[in-house]
Design a protein around this ligand. Structure first.
Ligand SMILES: [Zn+2]
Ligand SMILES: [Zn+2]
Length: 398
């Protein structure tokens, strides 16, 4: 994560959570948005794709305690003395002279590049960029070979693919500069133009109650420039995700972690590479569920099928429906087991398909007079009180 990312991007706004959100709330918000915006669900929708990336990037940072702290600290530094009343989403509030540190006051407008680059920022040694480098750069320790760090990543896959296994593209945290546009975000051959609203300053002034306030320009979101023709490879962000293809084995479970040896960060001075640790999220299915290696399905049957017994068709996840025999006298909630039609096991073989019977009751509107009479006849012919045993058991206790 670059300092620029830390300052420019509002990861909390991207996830729609408050700044003091708990880790659980952040995870929940991410899961909900990731499911909604997942490319598999929005094929060919570049806006959803861009949002998906934005949300993923925000989660990468906010889900990691130490990275979240760095991010909070960076933003707190940059927004200190900023616009009262908080910052608009995606913006960052700072006002001329508002840094409160000698050397920066009264400079008028700040160009983030100047500040971060150190050169020309004036003031303290190395400028703000130097300060941040010191704060966030982890200096290598020791002289011998050093193993590369492990990289944690996440991937979300459809329910069916968790059963069959797949080659998945895993997006690694920490985006890299887009090589197509060299990070400028503009389509090759075009240039970002200076924002006319703020004349490239990134901030606009307005007066309120006798005070002159500066706030980020809404037209360019404080960048000072506007991209009319965005780079198609990074959608104008100037950043591109790093990706890795990994093999996900059949039968993977939701929240399972896969460790891919040697696919993390490269080692230093001849040290071996770290590992890639991928947490797999499996999307839910409208019909099937999972209990470990068993597939589950709820199967509606009519009252007469349950009472008299029947052979009924059950959909399968991977092919033609299969026929299941519902024994006569089957109650609602009974679980039938179809061996070997569940989830593949790592060591070979499959779990079972668990069919839970749900007896349906016809709605009055669906009953013909003839059917209604037949039901009444049945009730008369079969007087029964299924609550008898409950009563008897309660009597036994008193
Ligand atoms: Zn680009
Ligand atoms: Zn502007």
């Amino acid at each position: 994560m670059s300092v620029r990312d830390m300052v420019e991007k509002d990861y909390y706004a991207a996830l729609g959570v408050p700044k003091d959100a708990s880790a659980t709330d952040i995870k929940k918000a991410y899961r909900r948005l990731a499911l909604e915006l997942h490319p598999d669900k929005n094929p060919g929708d570049p806006r959803a794709e861009a949002r998906f990336k934005e949300v993923s990037e925000a989660y990468d940072v906010l889900s990691d305690q130490s990275r979240r702290r760095e991010y909070d600290e960076a933003r707190a530094l940059f927004t200190a003395g900023g616009v009262p009343g908080g910052h608009p989403p995606g913006g960052y509030g700072y006002q001329p002279g508002g840094f409160g540190s000698p050397g920066y006051g009264g400079a008028g407008a700040y160009n983030l590049d100047d500040l971060l680059g150190g050169a020309g920022a004036g003031g303290g040694p190395g400028g703000i960029g130097g300060l941040f480098d010191n704060l966030f750069q982890r200096s290598p320790t020791g002289r011998g070979p050093r193993r590369g760090t492990d990289i944690a990543a996440e991937v979300t896959i459809p329910f069916e693919k968790a059963l069959s296994g797949l080659e998945a593209t895993v997006r690694l945290p920490g985006a890299a500069t887009c090589v197509t546009c060299m990070g400028r975000g503009a389509r090759v051959g075009t240039t970002p133009r200076t924002c006319t609203t703020c004349r490239g300053l990134g901030v606009v002034s307005r007066s309120q109650g006798g005070f002159a306030l500066s706030e980020p320009c809404r037209d360019c979101l404080g960048k000072g420039s506007v991209i009319d023709s965005p780079c198609p490879d990074c959608l104008g962000t100037g950043r591109r995700e790093r990706e890795q293809r990994i093999r996900i084995p059949p039968g993977v479970a939701d929240s399972q972690r896969l460790r891919v040896r040697g696919r993390g960060s490269p080692g230093e001075r001849g040290g071996q590479a770290g590992d890639l640790e991928v947490t797999v999220h499996v999307l839910t299915h409208p019909v099937f569920g999972r209990e470990g290696h068993n597939l589950t399905i709820t199967l509606p049957v009519t009252f007469t099928e349950a009472a008299l017994g029947a052979s009924v068709k059950v959909p399968t996840i991977d092919g033609a429906p299969l026929t299941v025999k519902v024994p006569s006298g089957t109650s609602s909630g009974r679980r039938l087991r179809v061996r070997g039609r569940g989830v593949p096991r790592g060591g070979g073989g499959h779990g079972d398909l668990i069919v839970t019977i749900e007896v349906t009751v016809p709605r009055p509107a669906d009953l013909s007079p003839k059917a209604r009479t037949a039901l009444q006849d049945f009730a008369n012919a079969h007087p029964e009180d299924p609550r008898m045993s409950l009563m008897a058991q309660m009597e036994g206790r008193s």
